[in-house]
Design a binder for this molecule. Structure first.
Ligand code: SF4
Length: 340
């Protein structure tokens, strides 16, 4: 199998050179000028209908900010988001609301996403009412059909969120997201708050719904085991940038970037089946306000060479087609290894 990522022709979602900068105050310096925090910096990817792109990386790497900018919940500092062949309109406009109908989000905490005072059936129907779609009977029939699609009996229609388990609540959230017939679901850690025993059921449901409704998923997770199950492609983010992007099977089997290798080595496996040692990263991620020069990963990278301290590696293809931002992976070291 080739590791090449899908071409953008026929893409449902196209993100080009996306950037989002926050102005933040440095801790301990009350009178200092706000500093620039580059939460998302030059992120590009495309996503075809019916496919899943797993977006992975440590907390604070920019995964959720990328998703929020894609959906227009945060403005972009630079770059472009195109959806269904057109630039996403400015947030708040009627054209944006029409586009957002087709791009829905599933959050980490299903209880927080639901109103505890309202029966779940009314909450599933609510988006139709907000968008003025269907009459009362039509909304009810559509909601009941979606309860069925997410594996819940019709009796759930009149129940309240607090009466349901975490997995059942996430099924309700999915039913509500699907009622507007989206083509893209942005799933931000959708199973991380669920019991481990329930997580596999919800992942299987997501896979089933994708095939049934030809949905594309932008699937954000720090759990690479789950990402492996559901993703066609994987993009790895580090300090606001994509450092590796390719077909999931190849990238997770033979990671090319040292950061990806470290993430994958930490996936729990049965001890007997483990072939690779866990790669321990040096220290915590740097403060994104003071991003290191050159490759931002160099202070933690066991493979770093002198060039890594000064030259930012470009994200470009390896012969197998995947994209990697690493001088060493591209054989462009031109210097000795940095002493650890
Ligand atoms: Fe490590 Fe250098 Fe590659 Fe960055 S460019 S990941 S520091 S080897």
């Amino acid at each position: 199998m080739t590791g090449a990522v899908s071409p953008s022709a026929g893409a449902l979602l196209e993100v080009r050179d996306l950037a989002r900068v926050f102005r933040v105050r440095r801790t301990g310096s009350l009178f200092a000028k706000p500093a620039a925090l580059h939460a998302v910096d030059g992120v590009s990817f495309s996503l075809a209908p019916g496919r899943t792109l797993g977006l992975v990386g440590e907390s604070g790497c920019g995964k959720t900010t990328t998703a929020r900018v894609v959906l227009g919940l945060l403005s972009a500092t630079a770059g472009e988001v195109r959806f269904e062949g057109a630039a996403v309109p400015p947030p708040g406009t009627s054209a944006w609301r029409a586009a957002r109908r087709r791009m829905q989000m599933v959050f980490q905490d299903p209880l927080g996403a639901l109103d505890r005072r309202i029966p779940v059936g009314a909450q599933v129907m609510e988006p139709l009412a907000i968008h003025g779609m269907a009459d009362k009977q039509g909304r009810r029939e559509r909601a009941l059909a979606l309860l069925d699609a997410v594996g819940l009996a019709q009796s759930f229609f009149t129940r309240y969120p607090h009466e349901l388990s975490g997995g059942q609540r996430q099924r309700i959230v999915l039913a509500r997201a699907l009622i507007l017939e989206p083509s893209l679901l942005v799933c931000d850690e959708p199973i991380s708050s669920l019991d481990v025993s329930i997580q596999a059921q919800v992942v299987n449901l997501l896979i089933d719904l994708q095939q049934r409704f030809q949905l594309a998923y932008l699937f954000i997770s720090h759990d690479l085991k789950v990402v492996r199950q559901i993703s066609h492609e994987v993009a790895v983010m580090y300090l606001g940038r994509i450092v590796e992007h390719g077909e999931a099977e190849l990238l997770l089997r033979e990671p090319a970037h040292p950061y990806t290798r470290a993430l994958i080595s930490a996936i729990p496996t049965a001890a007997a089946a483990r072939r690779r040692p866990i790669l321990i990263l040096n220290g915590d991620p740097p403060n994104p306000v003071d991003r290191p020069a050159g490759c931002a990963f160099h202070p933690r990278c066991a493979a770093a060479v002198a060039r890594c301290r000064v030259d930012l590696p470009a994200l470009k293809p390896l012969p197998d087609g995947r994209l990697v931002a690493c001088h060493v992976a591209h054989g462009e070291t031109m210097a000795d290894r940095v002493a650890a």
